[in-house]
Design a protein around this ligand. Sequence first.
Ligand SMILES: Cc1ncc(COP(=O)(O)O)c(C=O)c1O
Length: 413
Amino acid sequence: MTQSTDRKSSTLPSFPGTSFIGQEEEQAVLEVLRRGELFRYHGNKEHPSKCDLLEQHFAKHTGASHVLAVTSGTAALICALQGIGVGPGDEVIVPAYTWLATAAAVLAVNGIPIVAEVDESLTLDPADVEAKITPYTKAIIVVHMRGAPSQMDELLAITKRHGLKLIEDTAQANGGSYRGRRLGALGDAGCFSLQLSKIITAGEGGILITSDDNVWKRALMFHDVPGGERQGITKDEILWGINFRMPELLAAVALAQLGKLESILTNLRARKQMLKGGMEEVAQRKGITFRAIPDAEGDTGATLIFFAPDAAQADQIARKLQEANIGAGLMYHPDRSDYHVYAHWLPVMEQRTWTEAGGPWRWAQRDIQYHKEMCPRSLGLLGRAINMNIDPLMSNDEMEELIEGVNQVLDQI
Ligand SMILES: Cc1ncc(COP(=O)(O)O)c(C=O)c1O
């Protein structure tokens, strides 16, 4: 397996998947180009399409019965929402901490996003989810943020108790697991992103998984107009769809990357453990605590997040780490826009609409109001949180240098 040639000389940010791009991806792309088989349904039938292969390998990887390759994580979310039947006025609970796309996908199918608190795991707080359920709630989107699993036992029990659907937004946690099962495969549907910053990447792209035949049929029809017919859905049954089909070139890269996922995860986990272990003593002295991980064995290791005693100290630590050339960032500041935190989702918070006649909120079945302070615990936690992305290719010497640098900063606080 090869890795990108000289990552240190690159000015581009290095993410787990991008650090591992090499000959396998290059050969796979050339194969598609040389065969002239750029479109999934047009080519020499002796060669299975790259999209087909990706779906087959991803089914093995996750244990899901059905896999659908699409154009982005957002497309996967929209197909999943169509798949479970979310429509105008249906409420869908989303976490206060997730990329805006999770809430925007709900709006795209005319649903109403309802924002719930995250807890020390920085994933959905089951108690607040339950408090936010109304007669109009249809589903919950659980987001496994920054590579770590959510509290799936509790969240699945809530959906069962209330007869709701559960979608797992696994965009940032490909390869993670919960009690031995791959993330994305525990709910009614799981959605993955292959965008540049993700654990494996094709620059862009998305994947939907489900083991529910009906969700699968509906998602399939929506992602490709004749796609349903190709899979044997009759003309009488078929619904209109749009085009979220994955291109072959993209699938070729994704497939090569999927082959590297386990070694990327091994590298990430080892380095995260080393960093956390190396910081523990200073952290304890300074009142710093680490993010709670619901099932530590299922953590991808993609990030290490810790909480400073207060927001001012967190800001100071993040600043000093950056001055020391250490990749770290404060996770929420009221004055610094970041679409990962609901308080900065201005288009949603202010219910901005694409037409003067109104947007999805016109179908809301009760008065919906959002405001920036509506999830204070999430803002409090994120305002004290510092995120460090783990570099899967750091050498032991570089890791030791990193730990020394972090500890020096923490010791000054
Ligand atoms: C949590 C989360 N959900 C959804 C998405 C959307 O994925 P994409 O950018 O592939 O549409 C992202 C990606 O940035 C994400 O981080």
